[in-house]
Design a protein around this ligand. Structure first.
Ligand code: FAD
Length: 434
């Protein structure tokens, strides 16, 4: 990719965090006139800006309307929006709007530290839930995608560092799930084998999302300051290092599991700018722009394809909130709430849908030279179908072409000739209709 950018004469500044934006009012409304990156006093001036971050950093700095968390099901009349029914309770009876059982605890887990039933064990964050379908600030879990190296590859393996402050009590929930009979071997074994005796790990993906960052802190990340986001990254890294240590050493972990965990380390040749640990959290959803058009469940879970006049590509994926939004107490047991697949995971029959250009452009009267191809204007449910690599590539490619057209023709991003953009996309091989 860097070769392609170099060939096109694009200069790249990496590690440059945009922290400030200056807005200017002209006849087209507010525009971003310059941005500044952390540690640099100079301002960088552009005609058009593309914010391709999950965090919607520049969108937020430029005063564009945004949201985060889950809308109420009444807001856009979406059947699967808002707080979801809790699996294994009467709430779930008759629920037909998607698979909510994906990471439900099958075992009955006591949520309290002791028999006084007053203090919750770590990771369980509440004892009451608002009605099904209510809005809240929750999002699906955050996690890591670790690349691990087998101890047999002595040239490349680095021992997993010990956590800075290990507190085994923090992992009481995992201990109780193990005690209830959960066999973690499948979830802990390398899932995706890579050359060089490496493994791509989505840790505990099959284990009730026990390794994931769930609940209020995951929700807080979305709209937190950058400093707080960095703090959440560090705290969660320490938590995960502790969990790996727990699986290697805790007496509650079966010996064969301890041994299999001891067979893995970090890779010397991976993530070498961030201590061989991913430099970024696996953020599935953070901020979402609210523009004139908001893509919702009705758009992404349609039974029949319906095209849109400003289509810039086609998407197709299950609505997939893989990890739960929260882990709370219902009827005296720990439950995971918020994971959903609509209709169900990787359904090959999912019908394609049109991705409209308007989900990348701010409302009239807001930053008229900004394109937002990641934190797009979509509901929580709509976004969790869009948030996949093929769709990001389609949106990113259209945003790049639209930005060039806006620069060349002196149009605002909303006013570029959409038919000309579609012709360019088609000429480049993009599919815009079925
Ligand atoms: C661990 C993981 C597993 C995934 N698995 C799958 C999968 O199986 N299938 C699938 O389809 N998709 C998957 N995804 C989603 C998909 O891979 C990612 O969404 C995609 O790679 C994101 O690429 P990107 O270039 O759009 O965003 P990123 O790579 O996140 O790039 C955004 C960049 O913006 C930078 N940035 C943020 N804020 C600022 C700022 N203020 N100033 C300047 N720069 C800033 C960030 O540092 C980052 O470099 C996964 C994502 C992750 C992280």
């Amino acid at each position: 990719m860097i070769d392609m950018l170099t060939e096109a004469g694009v200069s790249i500044r990496s590690g440059a965090r945009v922290v400030d934006a200056v807005m200017r009012l002209d006849s087209t409304g507010p525009r971003i006139s310059a941005v500044r990156v952390l540690g640099d006093k100079r301002w960088t001036v552009g005609k058009v800006y593309v914010d391709a971050t999950y965090e919607g950093s520049l969108m937020k700095l430029s005063g564009v309307t945004y949201t985060f968390g889950r809308e109420a099901s009444t807001q856009y009349n979406e059947p699967s929006a808002g707080r979801l029914p809790v699996p294994n309770t009467t709430e779930a009876t008759g629920w037909i709007h998607g698979d909510i059982w994906h990471c439900a605890f099958k075992e009955l887990i006591n949520p309290y530290v002791d028999a006084s039933n007053t203090t919750l064990i770590p990771g369980v964050t509440g004892t009451s839930l608002p009605p099904v379908g209510s809005a809240d600030g929750m999002v699906g879990s955050l996690d890591w995608r670790l690349t691990m190296c087998s101890m047999t590859n002595e040239q490349n393996v680095i021992p997993i560092p010990a956590p800075s402050q290990y507190n085994p009590a923090q992992y009481e929930l995992v201990r109780r799930v193990l005690h209830a009979g959960w066999n973690p071997t499948g979830a802990l074994l390398p899932r995706f084998t890579l050359p060089g005796n490496k493994s791509d790990w989505k840790m505990l993906a099959g284990g009730d999302s026990l390794a994931e960052l769930v609940g209020p802190v995951a929700a807080e990340y979305a709209n937190a300051t950058w400093e707080r986001q960095l703090q959440i990254y560090s705290e969660y890294k320490q938590y995960t290092l502790g969990l790996l240590h727990f699986f290697k050493t805790d007496p509650s972990v079966p010996t064969h599991v301890q041994r299999s965990m001891q067979e893995w380390g970090l890779c010397r040749d991976e993530y070498n700018r961030s201590g061989h640990w991913p430099g970024q959290l696996y953020v599935r959803e953070a901020l979402r722009m609210v523009s004139d058009v908001v893509l919702t469940e009705h758009d992404v879970v349609a039974t029949e394809f319906q095209n849109k006049s400003d289509v810039i590509g086609l998407g197709a994926y299950t609505v997939d909130v893989p990890g739960p939004a929260q882990r709370v107490v219902v009827h005296g047991r720990v439950v995971n709430e918020g994971s959903i697949k609509v209709p169900y995971f990787c359904d090959p029959k999912v019908s394609p849908y049109a991705l409209p250009y308007a989900i990348m452009t701010p409302r009239e009267g807001e930053a008229s030279n900004l394109l937002v191809p990641v934190a797009v204007s979509a509901s929580h449910i709509g976004f969790n179908s869009i948030r996949m690599e093929p769709q990001w590539m389609i949106l990113g490619s259209a945003a790049g072409m639209a930005a060039a057209m806006a620069v060349q023709s002196n149009h605002t991003v909303r006013d570029i000739p959409i038919v000309a953009l579609q012709a360019k996309l088609r000429a480049g091989g993009q599919t815009l209709d079925l």
